[in-house]
Design a protein around this ligand. Structure first.
Ligand code: RNT
Ligand code: ZN
Length: 415
């Protein structure tokens, strides 16, 4: 079927595919920089800690800022949509002029090269303090009982607020600053509330740093458990929800790998939006645990996107990707995940939501099911093709040819 035929078919159920394409072009999706180098960053040589893990040793990992930026440029050539960058503090760029400093001392200037990179490509940038992979994780950070350790991490958080403000000011797009720490215990704690009270004090102290609330959006990201911290996580779902709701300058971030296996984030979005103007998402794919597999065009990714659209909240939900697979070509992993978020958003925008709502309100549940099933095989692929055509990127799997060439000419030389 051609785009014109697909357009007519969608028009018959009240969907204007041209308008949908134009709408999607305005929705920013933040691409996580850390898929390209297994979350190693540039400020340390140590292992990945904090209860998260990358597995696999596929060749070609980016080893420095130049390689990471070159790989990101290839991603940009192969995906449609409005991309934003998403950096971790550990991706600070040090050189002769600006030598290494510890995380409590990082400054905007250590991200100047990233600002230049984003500016040249018309991208905004989100930011994350890095409360892991550092000798001062004891293993607790913001909830450490050691006051010197806790202060160090608060100072890191405050430095990150200043950097987030810089990114927002320089790039003219809001900066979402997400706070996640893997603080927790492997085994049954003797005191649960102590670390949670200290975690609160630390968040409060970080947010004392001045920032423009219309441009910088601090978030609290929760988690159920991590590797080595199976029994207790300080920043639990309830803690993060309550913290965000207790202040007007902190929002909830939900990562769909961070809940019990039968819980779904798609069902949580409307609850948050009942009360809050904004929320943020990390879109990932968990396989049996928070494994951070590449995002697919699967039921839950589509349902998350359908919820954002159905709630009329494309400008209220900050969307970001978050996964890290080191067992396959990393650039391809990036491309697939980002394309699949774009596909899911497009699919969501092509649903006759008013009609579905009407059927539900009229209690026509049989017809609701019939229509929802029929919509699954509407000519979505033709609209996707048109969307990709407008961005001059391949709609089908031929994008992978470019990756194979890049792997042969560039990635395989990184030894
Ligand atoms: C970890 C969280 C967190 C990290 C990134 C690197 O489980 O999902 O968001 O993945 O900050
Ligand atoms: Zn996450």
């Amino acid at each position: 079927m051609s785009y014109q035929e697909a357009k007519a078919k969608y028009a018959a159920i009240g969907i204007d595919t041209d308008a949908v394409i134009e709408k999607l072009k305005t929705v920013p999706v933040a691409l996580h920089c850390w898929q390209g180098d297994d979350l190693r960053g540039f400020d340390n040589d140590g292992p990945l800690t904090g209860g998260i893990q990358t597995t696999g040793n596929y060749p070609g990992r980016a080893r420095n800022p130049e390689e990471l930026m070159a790989d990101l440029d290839l991603v940009r050539r192969l995906v449609p949509g409005k991309m934003k960058m998403n950096l971790h503090a550990s991706y600070a760029i040090f050189d002769e002029e600006n030598p290494w400093v510890d995380r409590d001392k990082i400054e905007p200037k250590h991200f100047k090269k990233w600002v230049d990179y984003c500016k040249a490509r018309g991208m905004g940038c989100d930011f994350n303090p890095t409360f892991f992979s550092h000798p001062k994780c004891d293993p607790m950070t913001l909830s450490s009982v050691n006051e010197e350790t806790r202060r160090f991490w608060v100072e890191h958080g405050r430095a990150c607020v200043r950097i987030s403000q810089y990114l927002a000011d320089e790039l003219g797009e809001p900066c979402v600053m997400n706070m996640w720490a893997g603080d927790g215990y492997k085994d049954i704690p003797g005191d649960r509330i102590g670390p949670r009270m200290r975690y609160k004090q630390s968040f409060d102290e970080i947010l004392e740093e001045p920032f423009d609330k219309t441009k910088v959006f601090p978030c609290a990201e929760s988690k159920t458990f991590g590797i080595g911290v199976e029994s207790y996580t300080v920043g639990s779902a309830e803690w993060c929800l309550k913290y965000a709701s207790s202040r007007d300058d902190c929002i909830t971030l939900m990562d769909n790998g961070h809940y019990h296996p039968t819980e779904v984030v798609s069902d949580k979005i409307s609850s948050i939006l009942t009360f809050d103007k904004h929320m943020a998402l990390h879109i990932t794919r968990s396989v049996r645990w928070d494994s951070d597999h590449v995002v697919l065009f699967d039921d839950e990714t589509r349902e998350i996107c359908r919820e954002i659209v159905r709630c009329g909240a494309l400008d209220r939900v900050f969307i970001a990707t978050d996964y890290f697979d080191a067992s396959i070509n990393r650039v391809a992993a990036w491309v697939m995940g980002f394309r699949n978020v774009q596909k899911s958003l497009l699919f969501a925008l092509l649903q006759p939501n008013e009609l579905l709502k009407k059927l539900q309100d009229e209690e026509q549940f049989t017809k609701l099911m019939v229509l929802q099933e029929a919509l699954k095989v509407y000519p979505f692929g033709d609209v996707w093709e048109e969307y990709c055509r407008q961005y001059d990127v391949p709609a089908d799997e031929s994008w992978f040819d470019t990756i194979e060439t890049y792997e042969r000419d560039v990635l395989s030389q990184r030894v």
